[in-house]
Design a protein around this ligand. Structure first.
Ligand code: NAD
Length: 322
């Protein structure tokens, strides 16, 4: 039975929310010939995409470095034009490392005043989504949102989707650190149960409110530290289980999606297993992700998924996957 909360935060028809699947990573961007490109430009359809980045930490820095780069892993035909971070030094250091020399700001007003910005990539925190999400959308810029746990708050969800509907700007939630989002979306009306099991090493869970009772304790074997609905998991593990939020949004909502968080000192990485069953059949996806070298809470795959989502937006020629 669906609850009000599930209904509030589930993808709704007419709401301009798009969920990108990691399988789109196989949609190799078709390199345009210079002839095709000049035809596009003369048709007034093409320009260099301006990208703003909120959050200049592990994910923001890697994503920004990919923008404008040709070749594997890069996002050609785009440039980072503006950065926003509460930490002035983080912003300044990233700005200085980029050839595009973007403006670096700590204030939303100055950041949004930047004219050459078509899309904003949020790579910061749930608090940043709360503070800046609606304003970005109201300014007509699409929002690529990595802290997807923020969308588990029904009020914030409706604030953002209203802003999106009014301005026509999109909210794009990349599949981040998980896969199978395309399959979940395809069967969302035919699902009976969805479970996600996230297994991480202790360093990746430290500092989370849901891990407080285990902090500093000897954990010699895998221990389940949380089991319950996704809606609660994102509050207790805000920097760990954005994946549970993304899975909920693509599938049966945050109350019916069950999450298990396991602390395992020997875990081979940030392991996410999605098990879905319904009238369509069933599927299991298991991802063993390498933690990001600069932030063990973040899987490297999440950054790669964000980069691929941006690449698809900037070069929309071919899209593979639901
Ligand atoms: N969707 C997914 O699958 C997925 C996977 C991994 C991480 N994430 C999320 O992506 C976000 C970024 O991850 P990261 O590893 O780069 O984190 P990080 O801690 O390395 O960097 C975050 C940066 O954002 C800045 N910041 C934080 N709150 C801010 C605010 N309110 N306004 C402006 N700047 C702010 C910080 O100063 C920092 O520089 C986190 O919320 C993380 O939970 C999502």
């Amino acid at each position: 039975m669906e609850t009000a909360s599930d209904n509030a935060v589930k993808r709704q028809p007419g709401v301009n929310v798009r969920f990108d699947s990691m399988y789109e990573a196989t949609a190799y961007p078709v390199a345009m010939t210079s002839d095709q490109r000049s035809r596009q430009i003369s048709a007034g359809k093409s320009k260099v995409f301006g990208i703003g980045v909120i959050g200049c930490g592990s994910m923001g820095a890697e994503l920004a470095a990919a923008v404008g780069r040709n070749g594997p892993g890069g996002i050609p035909d785009a440039r980072v034009t503006a950065l926003l971070d509460v930490d002035v030094e983080q912003g300044r250091a990233l700005a200085e490392s980029l050839d595009s020399r973007p403006g670096s700001y700590t204030e939303q007003v100055e950041f949004l005043a930047h004219g050459e910005m078509d899309i904003v990539a949020e790579c910061a925190s749930q608090a940043a989504v709360r503070a800046h999400g609606a304003a970005v959308l109201e300014s007509g810029r699409s929002l690529l949102l990595m802290s997807s746990g923020a969308l588990m708050d029904p009020e914030l969800f409706s604030e953002l989707t209203s802003a999106s509907n009014e301005s026509g700007a999109q909210i794009i939630v990349p599949s981040g650190a998980v896969g199978g989002i395309d399959a979940l979306r395809a069967v969302q009306d035919d699902l009976e149960s969805v479970e996600i099991i996230s297994t991480k090493r202790l360093a990746a869970l430290e500092g989370a409110p849901g891990f407080a009772d285990w902090e500093g304790k000897e954990i010699g074997e895998p221990v389940t530290v949380y089991e319950g609905p996704a809606s609660e998991a994102v509050k207790l593990f805000p920097a760990n289980v954005n994946v549970a939020a993304t899975v909920s949004l693509a599938g049966i909502g945050p109350e019916r999606t069950t999450v298990r968080v396991v602390a395992d000192p020997e875990s081979p990485g940030n392991v996410h297993e999605i098990r879905a069953r319904g009238g369509f059949g069933e599927f299991n996806f298991r991802l063993v992700n390498r933690p990001h070298p600069k932030n063990p809470k973040t899987s490297h795959l999440a950054v790669l998924a964000a980069i691929e989502s941006l690449r698809t937006l900037v070069n929309p020629g071919l899209r593979v996957g639901t």
